[in-house]
Write a protein that binds this ligand. Sequence first.
Ligand SMILES: [Zn+2]
Length: 402
Amino acid sequence: MEKAAGYPEAESYQLEEPDWLAKLNSLYTEENLSLIRDYLIVHGVMDNADSLDRECYEWKKEYDNTVKGLVGERSDELVISNIITGTLKWPVARLYCEKYLSEADKDRISGLIDEIIAEYHGIIEEADFLKDETKAAAIEKLEAIDKHVLWPDDWSKYDSKDLEITSAADGGTLWEAKKAIVRFDMDDSIREYSEPVDKDLWTFVPNTFNCGYDPQSNSIWIFGAFARGNIYNAEMDDEDLYARLGTVIGHEISHAFDSAGAQFDKDGNMKQWWTDEDWAAFRERNEKLNAYYKAIHPWEGQDLAENKTGEACADMGGIKCMLRMAAKKDGFDYDRFFRSYADLWMEKGTLTMSYVYFNNEHPLPYLRVNCVLQQYDKFLDLYGIKEGDRMYLAPEDRVNIW
Ligand SMILES: [Zn+2]
C-alpha cells in the first residue's frame, strides 16, 4: 500500500499495534473481501459526503445532527472557512502571520526567551542536589536549546506554489480540490522521507494556540496564535509579561529538565548525561513531587490518576525563573504579578471537563496556581501566610525540583 502511494521501500517498519495487524490479517480472507470492500465504500462515502455536492452536504448534516443529538446549523461561511484552514494549512498560516503578528513582537519574545535561558543558568548552578559534572552537562544542554518563535524564519519550506486547484469558474469542485491537496501533502511527505531529518521543520502551523518543548530536537516552540490577547501583547508591563508568557516560556524550558526531558541530551538523543548519584537524587525529588500531587483529592474519594511530575515540575520552574527575573526589577509589583498568574489559569468548566485532567499529565488549573505558588517564600511572605494556614508549606515539605 505504501509503495502504491509512492513511498520508497523502507528497511524496517515500526509496528505500533501488532495486535491490531494480527487481527486484520485474520479477517483479510478471500471470503471477507466483498464485505471489506463494502465497508470501505460506505465509510469512504460517509466521511466525504459533505464535500460532494449540496444535496449530499445537507444529507450528511442531517445525519450528523441525528447521530450526535445536535440542533441548529453552522453558516456556509463558517463551514467553508473551517475547510480552508483545515486543508490549506500553510497558505492560511502565512496570511494569519502577516495580518496578526509583527516582527517587533517576534524580536521581543525572542529576547525574552534569551533572558529566561540566561536566568536558568543560575537555577542550575544553585541546585544543591547536583555535582559540578552534572551541572556542566545541564548548562551545555540549556545553551543548546533551539527556539522557534511565532513563525518559521524560512517560509520556502512551506511553499504551496506547485499546488494546482481548478477554480469553480473553470469547472473545479470542492471534492477535486480536496483530492489535489491530499496528493500535494502526500508528495511533500514522500519527498521529506528520503531527506535527512530536519529538526527545524514546523509540524504545527503558527496559528496554533499552543507552546511546547520537544526533547528530540531540544527546542522550544512558541506558536504565533498563542502569543496574543491576554497572554502577550506589546503594551503589557513586566508584571503581566512575566506572569503570563514569561511563566509559559519558563515552563517549556523546564521541560528540558523534567523527569522525561532530562533523559535526552543536548542533541535530542536519549542518553544518560547525569552521574548515577545525581540521577538518583533527581529521581527522589520527582517521587516526592509525585507523592505530593497524588495525595491531593479535588473532592472526597477522587484520585488524580495520571503522574503529574513533568508538568508540575515545569510549572514550578517557570514561576521560579520569573521570580528571579522580577527580583532584578526596581519597584516590581508582586501582588499584581501573582494575581495575573492566577488569572492566567482561571477556568470555569463542567464536572465532566475536570475528568479530562484526572487522566492527563496536566494538573487541574487551580492546582497549577495553589501548589506552585506555595513553594516560594516570596508568595507566602507577601500575603502573610504562616504555619497553620492551608496554603502554608514548610520549607522541608516543598517539592519544587529546581
Ligand atoms: Zn508542559
